[in-house]
Design a protein. Structure first.
Lengths: 325, 482
C-alpha cells in the first residue's frame, strides 16, 4: 500500500510539470510580457520606457527560457520560466502584481474559505444521502416521481438565483443576518450561516438525484433480494446493506472534492464578501493579476491530484476486496 | 441588393450543426435498430413535453442566427450599409428593439420608475414620474384606462390563441388520421383517449399552454413593456429573448467543438493501448487536474490581452463579441472533453476484444477502418447521452462565468450579462426585480426542458438504465400481486 502511494505521488509529478508547462504557455507564449505590460498600464499609447519599467518591477524583464547573458547555472535559472514557473514546485509564488506576497495571502485566506466550504460539504452530503435513501424507500410510487421532478426543477435553477433570493429574503426582508461580511470568533456563525444554507440548498437537487440512481442500482442486486428473503425490514435493508454497498460509487464522487474545498467557492464568497481564496481568485481575475491566477491554477491541480490519491486509498477502507498494488 | 448577408463564426457553426443533424436523421431513418431508441424517446411523455418547449426556444434561437446588414437611409446610387449586423429576429421584434425608454420602468407601466423634473405647458416645473415615451402611449389617462386596456388586449389575444391552437390541433389530427387511414372524428377521439404511440395529447397541451402565454405577451408588447425596461431603458423581454441564442450556442457548439477530439483520442487510446494510451491518458489527466473555472479564467484573460493587442482583426463590435463567444465555447469544450474521452476509452477497450473486431482483424481490415466502421457506431450512444446531458450544465455555467468576468463579451446579450447588470438593482429601494426575474425565468424554462429531454434520451439509449427500470417494474408488479 505504501509503495502504491509512493508510486502514485511519483506519477503526480509529470502531471504537475504538464500543468506548469500549460500555464507557462498560456501566460507567456501566447502573449508576450510586453502585451501584458501594455494591458496592465491601460492606455493605448504607452511609452517603451513605461513598459520596461513595469516588466522590471514585476520581474518579467528576463528571457523566457534561456538567458545567454548570464553566467553558469543562472543561464537557466535567471529566466522567466525558472522564476515564475519552476519555483512554484517549492510553493514559492512570489509577489502578486500589487506587490503582496501570494503565499501569505493564501495562508490567511484558507480559514474563511473552509468555514464556508466544509459545513456546506458535510451538511449537504448528509441531507442529500438521507433524502435519496428516503426516495429509494418509496421507489416507483408518486412520492418517488414527484421528488425526482422536484430535484430536476431544483437543479435547473441557476445557483445565482439561490444566492440572490437568499440574500434578499433572509437578510433584507427578515433582517436576520448581515447580507455580507466575515469576522472571526463568535460572530463567524452569524456571517456563515446564510452562505452555508444557500450552498446546501443549491446542491440538493442534483445531489439527491445522483445518490438516488446509485441506490436504485444497488437495490436490484442479488444480495438485497437475499436480505429481504431473510425477512429483514425494508428500512434495515436500505440503511444497513444498500448504504454500505453504495459507498464505492459515492466515494468516487465525494473524496475527489474534499481537497478542492480549500479553494473555496468563487461565487458564494464574492457575493457574501467572505475574504477567502475564492474571492481572492475573483479579485485577481477582475484586476487581471496573472501571478495570482497562475498560482491558483497550480494549487488547484495539486489539490485535485491529492484528491485522486485519497479516493484510491478510501476504496481500500470501505471495500476489503480492493487491494492497491 | 437590399441587404448584405453577414455570416458570423457562430452562425456558420450553427448551420454546420444543423447540416450534421439532418445528415444524422437521414442516416438513421433507414435503419430500424437505430430508429428504435428514438422511438422510445418519442414515446416518453415528459421527453416530448420538454421537446416542445425546446423547439420554441430553438425557433427563436435560429431566427436570431441569420444575420445581415441593412442599408442606411440615403440615395440609392451610393448605398451605404449599417455597421450593425441585425438578425431576422431583430427585424421581427423591431418594436421591442427600437422603443427604448429613458431608464427603469416596471412591467406594463405607463410611468417611469424614477421621478424627474417635468416642465408643465404653462412653464411651471414639478417633480413627478414622467409618462413613458412608448409604454401605454396610446392611452390618454393611464390611471383609469390602463387596466381595462390590458384586459381587453389579453382577452382578445387569448381568443386568438385558442383559435390558433384549434387549427394546429385539427391539422395534427388530420395528419394522423390520414396516416392511419381512419376517419377524422374517430382519430380525434382515439387521440383524446391517449391511444397513440407518440403522446400527442401531451404535446398539444404543452403547445396550448405556450400559446396561452406567447399570444398575450406579444399582443401586449405592441404597446407595453411586458417585463419592464432596464437601466438604459431597453425592453427586458427583448433582452431575454436575445439571450436564448447565446445560451443555445454555448450549450451546443461547445460539444460540437470538443467532439472530434474526444472521439479521436478516446477511441485511439482504447483501441491501440500501449504508449498511445499512456500518452493520451497523461494528456487528459493533466488537463482535467486544472480546476475548470481557473483554466477558463486563465484562457479568457489571455484571449482578452490578445484581442486588445490585435484590434485590427475585429472590425465591428458584433464580430468581436462573436469571436469571444466562440472562444468561450472552445475553452469550455477543452475543459469538458476529458470526461467523455475517459468514457470512450473504457468502451473502446471493451469493444476491441469482441469477436467481430477480431474477425475484422483476421480479414485484414485496416486499423482506421475498424475504428470508424466498427467501433465508432457502437460508442455513439455514449456520445449522444453525454452531449444531451451536458447542455443544461453549460447554459447554467455561462451565467456564472459571466458573473466572474470571464464569460461572454459585456456587449453580448446573454442571461449572464442580464443577471450581472441586474444584480445590484436588488439593493435599490424600492427594488427593481423584473429584469432578474425575467432572466431567471427564461433560463429556468430552458434548462428544465433540456434536463427533462436529456433524461428521456438517456433512458432510451442507456442499456443499463433500461434493464434497471425493467427490473423495478417487474419487481413492483410482483409485489403488487402478492
Amino acid at each position: 500500500m505504501i509503495s502504491y502511494i509512493i508510486r502514485r505521488i511519483a506519477y503526480a509529478i509529470p502531471i504537475l510539470i504538464g500543468v506548469n508547462i500549460i500555464t507557462f504557455a498560456l501566460f507567456f507564449v501566447v502573449n508576450t510580457p510586453d502585451d501584458i505590460a501594455r494591458m496592465q498600464l491601460g492606455a493605448k499609447r504607452v511609452t517603451p520606457e513605461a513598459i520596461s519599467k513595469w516588466k522590471q518591477d514585476h520581474g518579467y524583464d528576463r528571457p523566457l527560457l534561456f538567458n545567454a547573458s548570464a553566467e553558469g547555472a543562472s543561464k537557466l535559472s535567471d529566466t522567466i520560466f525558472y522564476r515564475k514557473s519552476v519555483k512554484m514546485f517549492a510553493f514559492d509564488f512570489g509577489p502578486a502584481d500589487d506587490g503582496r506576497d501570494i503565499a501569505y495571502e493564501i495562508k490567511t485566506r484558507i480559514g474563511p474559505s473552509l468555514a464556508i466550504a466544509v459545513p456546506v460539504f458535510l451538511i449537504g452530503l448528509l441531507v442529500e444521502i438521507t433524502f435519496a435513501l428516503l426516495i429509494a424507500l418509496f421507489r416507483a410510487t408518486y412520492i418517488d416521481f414527484w421528488s425526482v421532478v422536484l430535484c430536476v426543477a431544483m437543479m435547473s435553477i441557476s445557483g445565482l438565483f439561490y444566492i440572490i433570493s437568499g440574500q434578499y429574503v433572509v437578510s433584507k426582508l427578515w433582517n436576520l443576518v448581515p447580507i455580507s461580511g466575515f469576522d472571526f470568533g463568535l460572530d463567524t456563525f452569524k456571517f456563515v450561516i446564510l452562505p452555508v444554507m444557500v450552498g446546501v440548498i443549491a446542491g440538493i437537487g442534483s445531489g439527491t438525484r445522483w445518490y438516488r440512481t446509485i441506490f436504485l442500482e444497488e437495490i436490484n442486486k442479488d444480495y438485497v433480494r437475499t436480505a429481504r428473503a431473510k425477512g429483514l425490514s425494508e428500512i434495515r435493508v436500505l440503511f444497513k446493506h444498500v448504504l454500505k454497498n453504495a459507498m464505492i460509487p459515492i466515494l468516487t464522487g465525494v473524496v475527489v472534492v474534499i481537497p478542492l474545498l480549500f479553494l473555496g467557492s468563487l461565487i458564494t464568497e464574492s457575493f457574501f464578501g467572505i475574504p477567502g481564496l475564492g474571492s481572492y481568485t475573483i479579485d485577481a481575475i477582475s484586476s487581471q493579476d496573472f501571478a495570482v491566477v497562475r498560482a491558483m491554477v497550480f494549487i488547484g491541480s495539486v489539490f485535485y491530484i491529492i484528491g485522486l490519491i485519497l479516493t484510491d486509498i478510501s476504496y481500500t477502507m470501505v471495500d476489503p476486496r480492493v487491494r492497491l498494488e | 441588393m437590399p441587404f448584405i448577408p453577414v455570416i458570423l463564426w457562430t452562425d456558420a457553426l450553427i448551420y454546420l450543426l444543423l447540416a450534421l443533424i439532418a445528415l444524422f436523421v437521414w442516416y438513421v431513418r433507414g435503419r430500424p435498430h437505430l430508429v428504435a431508441p428514438w422511438r422510445r424517446v418519442a414515446q416518453s411523455k415528459s421527453g416530448m413535453v420538454a421537446a416542445t418547449v425546446l423547439a420554441a426556444y430553438l425557433l427563436v434561437g435560429l431566427l436570431d442566427s441569420v444575420h445581415f446588414r441593412l442599408p442606411l437611409e440615403g440615395n440609392a446610387a451610393e448605398r451605404a450599409y449599417s455597421v450593425e449586423a441585425l438578425s431576422v429576429f431583430d427585424v421581427l421584434a423591431k418594436p421591442l428593439r427600437t422603443r427604448v425608454e429613458k431608464t427603469y420602468s416596471a412591467p406594463l407601466a405607463a410611468y417611469l420608475f424614477a421621478k424627474e423634473t417635468i416642465e408643465l405647458p404653462d412653464g411651471r416645473e414639478i417633480r413627478d414620474y414622467p409618462r413613458l415615451k412608448y409604454g401605454a402611449a396610446n392611452l390618454r389617462d393611464p390611471g383609469k384606462e390602463r387596466v381595462e386596456d390590458i384586459t381587453r388586449r389579453v382577452l382578445y389575444s387569448l381568443f386568438l390563441a385558442a383559435l390558433a391552437w384549434l387549427v394546429v390541433a385539427a391539422a395534427l389530427v388530420w395528419l394522423v388520421a390520414k396516416r392511419r387511414r381512419r376517419v377524422f372524428s374517430e382519430t380525434a377521439r382515439a387521440l383524446w383517449r391517449g391511444e397513440s404511440e407518440i403522446p400527442w395529447i401531451a404535446i398539444l397541451v404543452t403547445l396550448g399552454i405556450l400559446m396561452l402565454f406567447a399570444f398575450p405577451v406579444s399582443a401586449l408588447s405592441m404597446n407595453y413593456h411586458v417585463f419592464g425596461t432596464d437601466k438604459v431603458g431597453q425592453d427586458v423581454l427583448y433582452l431575454a429573448l436575445k439571450s436564448i441564442r447565446t445560451g443555445l450556442i454555448i450549450g451546443t457548439l461547445t460539444t460540437l467543438v470538443m467532439l472530434p477530439f474526444a472521439l479521436a483520442m478516446g477511441i485511439m487510446a482504447g483501441y491501440f493501448r500501449g504508449w498511445v494510451d499512456d500518452g493520451i491518458q497523461y494528456f487528459y489527466t493533466t488537463l482535467s487536474s486544472i480546476p475548470d473555472v481557473l483554466l477558463i479564467a486563465a484562457a479568457v484573460l489571455m484571449m482578452q490581452v490578445f484581442m486588445d493587442t490585435h484590434p485590427q482583426l475585429f472590425p465591428t463590435i458584433t464580430e468581436r463579441a462573436d469571436f469571444r463567444l466562440l472562444f468561450l465555447c472552445i475553452i469550455l469544450g477543452v475543459t469538458s472533453w476529458t470526461s467523455l474521452c475517459r468514457l470512450l476509452r473504457g468502451e473502446a477497450l471493451k469493444l476491441r476484444e469482441l469477436e467481430y473486431i477480431q474477425a475484422a482483424h483476421a480479414f485484414g481490415v485496416s486499423h482506421l477502418r475498424i475504428m470508424i466502421r466498427h467501433i465508432l457506431p457502437n460508442v455513439m450512444h455514449i456520445v449522444l447521452i453525454t452531449v444531451v446531458l451536458s447542455f443544461s450544465g453549460l447554459v447554467l455555467a455561462e451565467a456564472v462565468l459571466t458573473y466572474v468576468g470571464v464569460g461572454v463579451d459585456p456587449s453580448m446579450i446573454s442571461f449572464g450579462t442580464m443577471i450581472n447588470s441586474a444584480r445590484l438593482e436588488m439593493a435599490r429601494e424600492p427594488i427593481v426585480w423584473w429584469s432578474l426575474l425575467a432572466a431567471f425565468l427564461f433560463m429556468f424554462m430552458l434548462v428544465l426542458a433540456a434536463n427533462l429531454f436529456a433524461d428521456a434520451v438517456r433512458d432510451a439509449f442507456d442499456p443499463r438504465v433500461r434493464i434497471a427500470t425493467k427490473l423495478i417494474t417487474v419487481e413492483e408488479t410482483k409485489n403488487a400481486k402478492a
